[in-house]
Design a protein around this ligand. Structure first.
Ligand code: AMX
Length: 442
């Protein structure tokens, strides 16, 4: 009689790995898409007004992104699933979901996690490069430089050079994606330790999952179990936000030129490093600490109002509030709020964030041009990280990037698998718009 273990091993061997799974998926998605284009190719998704062309292309429907969507009244929905149903998952489960559209079975997850675990080793030259960077480099500059420096590892670049069929582009792209996602926690943790003089880099532990290993490699003395749960939640909540945000769009535009993922992801991360995008979490905490310092403790409602006015009067935005798409409180903010209320209800910085939530929307509503006065994810995440000892807020965008690497690389693999072409929209000159105005006058 065959042993239980032998049968299990046999089943695992037969079990589809991520490459087999995506081969099947792409076969069916490509067929479905070509049928869709046949049926709806000439249907209009959006009309483009002059106003939109001068307003950052807001709301122009001109991209396909199946990993997630962000309805303005609901917030992030990953592959058709709401965050409330995903917030207890691990980053590995979410990555599998982003890539394939399915949550993994227990066996698929074990196989996929092992696939990531075996790719954790970061080439030694990356540490030399990070050590050689100026001491005051921004942590995001260090992360981007580290990713870009690994471009020579790209499997896609090598295979493309040898000659590769278009339908197979996604396979070495997936190799790159898995390598990058596996290595990012080690690189990001090293950026933290080197940039903030925390001692030697801590080696990855091949037995740990990505969130656990990240916590381990940061090496912060804290309540490790709660910090692990926060890290898991953080990596899940920031993983993707449809296709039109700055980092996603930048990554996919670069990817469409068949630049490999090291080039395209570092390009996207450069966009994430902007204060209107991922840097907002650093800016928010800095603003909250300035507020607490100014009023020597948890500020009153009136003091918050004064501080908001002062900030706006200097020409700055209130970081963590507003959104290009959302018109509600970000559900990612709600998920962090739930975590904060459960684990750190008396933390003074968290309490200030809670009070801000009661005051800022009311104040921003008074400014007519602001379309969304409600908080986004960046209004709260920093206060939780601060509580667990991650106090260097210029580092926060690196964590955001570590999470967003899941969505950005998944989108890139899918775009390659779907054989989407070079992204190349058309620009017009101001002269062109003037002529349009003149012709409508006649
Ligand atoms: N504080 C002050 N002014 C704000 C504001 C805020 N929180 N949100 C919007 N405004 C201003 C805009 O700067 C713009 O002013 P302008 O016409 O003089 O340039 C006007 O209100 C209209 O903006 P909008 O249509 O409501 O938003 P948008 O799509 O142009 O910009 C965003 C969206 C996020 C850049 C903006 O709300 C903002 O700057 N928020 C603060 C920064 C932030 O939290 N960014 C993180 C976003 C989420 C993320 O990517 N992580």
């Amino acid at each position: 009689m065959l042993s239980h273990n032998f049968l299990k091993t046999l089943a695992k061997k037969r079990m589809k790995n991520i490459f087999d799974k995506l081969t099947e998926k792409f076969n069916s998605w490509r067929k479905e898409t070509s049928e869709l284009i046949g049926l709806a190719g000439d249907k209009v998704l959006s009309q483009v007004t002059v106003n939109q062309v001068y307003s950052g292309m807001r709301d122009i429907r001109s991209l396909i992104c199946d990993t997630s969507r962000v309805p303005k009244e609901e917030g992030l929905i990953i592959r058709g699933r709401y965050l409330k149903d995903l917030k207890d998952k691990t980053p590995e489960e979410i990555y599998y979901l982003l890539l394939t559209g399915d949550l993994p079975t227990a066996d698929e997850l074990e196989n996929f996690s092992a696939e990531i675990r075996k790719r954790k080793n970061v080439p030694g030259y990356v540490w030399d490069i990070l050590r050689a960077m100026p001491k005051d480099s921004h942590p995001m500059t260090m992360l981007d430089t580290a990713i870009l420096s690994m471009q020579r590892e790209s499997v896609f670049a090598k295979e493309y050079d040898k000659g590769l069929k278009k339908e197979d582009y996604w396979k070495p792209t997936l190799e790159d994606a898995l390598n990058i996602v596996a290595r990012i926690p080690a690189v990001a943790a090293a950026v933290y330790r080197l940039r903030f003089d925390k001692g030697e880099i801590i080696e990855p532990d091949n037995e740990m999952d990505n969130a656990g290993d990240y916590v381990h490699m940061l090496g912060i003395e804290t309540n490790k179990k709660e910090f692990y749960n926060l890290m898991k939640l953080y990596l899940v909540l920031h993983c993707d936000h449809e296709g039109g945000n700055v980092s996603a769009l930048a990554t996919q535009v670069i990817n469409s030129a068949l630049s490999d993922l090291y080039y395209s992801l570092s390009g996207g991360f450069n966009g994430l490093a902007g204060p209107l995008h991922g840097l907002a979490n650093q800016e928010t905490l800095k603003w909250v600490l300035d507020l607490i310092n100014k009023f020597k403790g948890t500020p009153s409602t009136e003091q918050i109002r004064i501080f908001i006015k002062e900030t706006i009067d200097t020409g700055k935005v209130i970081s963590g509030y507003g959104h290009a798409v959302l018109r509600i409180t970000d559900p990612r903010f709600d998920a962090f709020m739930e975590f904060g209320k459960k684990h750190l209800p008396d933390d003074p910085i968290f309490l200030t964030v809670v009070r801000l939530f009661e005051v800022v929307p009311e104040e921003l509503k008074k400014i007519e041009k602001i379309r969304n006065p409600y908080p986004n994810v960046d209004a709260i995440s920093g206060s939780l990280l601060f509580h667990y000892g991650l106090k260097e807020f210029s580092y926060y965008t690196v964590l955001f990037a570590a999470s967003r690497s899941l969505g950005l690389t998944a989108q890139a693999v899918i775009n390659r698998g779907m054989m989407f072409p070079l992204i190349r929209p058309k620009s017009v000159t101001s002269e062109y718009v003037k002529r349009l105005v003149n012709s409508s006058k006649n």
